[in-house]
Design a protein around this ligand. Structure first.
Ligand SMILES: C[S@@+](CC[C@H](N)C(=O)[O-])C[C@H]1O[C@@H](n2cnc3c(N)ncnc32)[C@H](O)[C@@H]1O
Length: 318
C-alpha cells in the first residue's frame, strides 16, 4: 500500500483529523517563537519519536521557513544523546530528502544544455568555444547555473566581475549591448581575451583588477559575479592564481561581503545584480544585506551538489 498514512487517517477519521488540523494551526500561530525555530524543534521531536516520515515533512517546512541544511541536520543530530544513534541514523536520510525536495519544488531543474569538452581540451557550450588554462577557473556547474538563469535585456550594459575564461561574458554579450568583464587573475583576463576573439565577440571589454577598481566611476544595468564562495582556511589556500577562484576566506564571505558593500555605487537606477554562492557561505546573510541596502533580493535558482547547494541570488534596486 503506497497511500500516505496521514491521508488514510484523514479518510478514515475526517472529524478527528479536522480537529487535529485545527490544533496544528493554533500551535503554528503561537507567538512564543518564530516559525523556523518551531520547525527545528518539531524535527528534533520527530527524531526522538523515531518517525522518519515526520522528519521529512518538517525538514521540508523548515527549509521553506528559511532553515539552512546545517540547521535541519543539527536538529536531528542533537537527539543523539537522548534517543541514540539508531534513531538519528533512521531519521537523517529523511531530513536530507525533505530538505532537497523543498529545493527542487522551489527551483525545478530545467533541461539545460550540456557542455562538451573536445580533444584539445576546449569546452563547447551553446555554440561558444572556450579555451581553458590550468590557472584559470574551468567552467563548472556554477558557471552553467548562472548562464541558464541570466536575466538580461537587449539594451543592458553589463559588468561581469571574475570572468575566468570569459564564457559568461561572451554568452551575455551575445544578448546585450555591451559587457565589461574583469578578473583579479591576469591569466584569466588573457584567457578571456583570447576566447572573445575566437568567438568574434567584439562588444566585450576586458580589464584586470579587484572588484570595482577597474570600473571606477562607471555604472551598469546588470552586474554579474560567480563569486569565490568556498570557506577556506590557511592550509586550504593554493599558491597559484587559481586560489582566487574559490577562496572566500574562513567563512566563505570575504569577497561576497566586499562586493555587496560597494555594488550599489556601480548600478544605474533600477539596476540588477546576479551573484552565485554556496549554501556553505550563508545565503540568508547575503539576502538580508542586500535587502538592507534597498534591493529586492531572493534566490532565483539553485542546484544541489554533494554537500552544499549552489544558488543564484538576483537583486533588483528598488
Ligand atoms: C568561481 S570563479 C568564476 C569564473 C567564471 N565567471 C565562471 O563562472 O566560470 C571566480 C572568479 O572570480 C575571480 N576573482 C576572485 N576574487 C576577485 C576579485 N576580488 N575581483 C575580481 N575577480 C575576482 C577569480 O579569479 C575567478 O576567475
Amino acid at each position: 500500500m503506497n497511500e500516505n498514512p496521514y491521508e488514510i487517517f484523514q479518510k478514515e477519521f475526517p472529524d478527528l483529523s479536522k480537529k487535529f488540523n485545527e490544533l496544528i494551526e493554533v500551535q503554528k500561530s503561537l507567538k512564543g517563537m518564530d516559525s523556523k525555530t518551531k520547525q527545528l524543534i518539531n524535527l528534533a521531536i520527530q527524531t526522538a519519536n523515531k518517525n522518519p516520515q515526520g522528519v521529512k515533512l518538517h525538514s521540508m517546512i523548515a527549509k521553506s521557513e528559511g532553515a539552512t541544511r546545517e540547521e535541519v541536520l543539527c536538529a536531528v543530530v542533537l537527539n543523539l544523546h537522548h534517543s541514540g544513534l539508531s534513531s538519528v541514523l533512521g531519521c537523517l536520510p529523511a531530513a536530507i530528502d525533505g530538505f532537497d525536495e523543498e529545493i527542487e519544488k522551489k527551483h525545478p531543474k530545467k533541461e539545460v544544455p550540456v557542455a562538451k569538452t573536445n580533444q584539445d581540451n576546449k569546452i563547447e557550450y551553446q555554440g561558444i568555444i572556450i579555451d581553458t588554462h590550468p590557472e584559470v577557473y574551468k567552467p563548472a556547474e556554477d558557471t552553467y547555473l548562472l548562464i541558464n538563469n541570466l536575466d538580461i535585456n537587449r539594451k543592458d550594459e553589463i559588468l561581469e566581475i571574475g570572468t575566468g575564461t570569459g564564457l559568461v561574458a561572451i554568452y551575455a554579450a551575445e544578448r546585450s549591448s555591451k559587457v565589461v568583464a574583469t578578473d583579479i587573475n591576469e591569466k584569466a583576463v588573457k584567457c578571456a581575451m583570447k576566447n572573445t576573439i575566437t568567438n568574434h565577440r567584439y562588444n566585450v571589454e576586458l580589464k584586470q583588477g579587484s572588484l570595482f577598481e577597474p570600473v571606477e566611476g562607471r555604472k551598469f544595468d546588470l552586474i554579474l559575479f560567480n563569486t569565490p564562495y568556498l570557506p577556506t582556511s590557511e592550509e586550504d589556500k593554493l599558491e597559484e592564481d587559481l586560489n582566487a577562484a574559490f577562496d572566500g576566506g574562513l567563512d566563505g564571505r570575504d569577497t561576497i561581503d566586499a562586493f555587496i558593500d560597494h555594488v550599489k555605487d556601480y548600478l544605474k537606477d533600477n539596476g540588477r545584480i546576479q551573484i552565485v554562492q554556496s549554501s556553505l557561505a550563508d545565503v540568508d546573510k547575503t539576502i538580508n544585506k542586500l535587502k538592507e541596502l534597498g534591493f529586492d533580493a531572493s534566490v532565483s535558482a539553485g542546484e544541489k551538489c554533494f554537500f552544499e547547494e549552489i544558488v543564484v541570488i538576483t537583486g533588483k534596486l528598488l
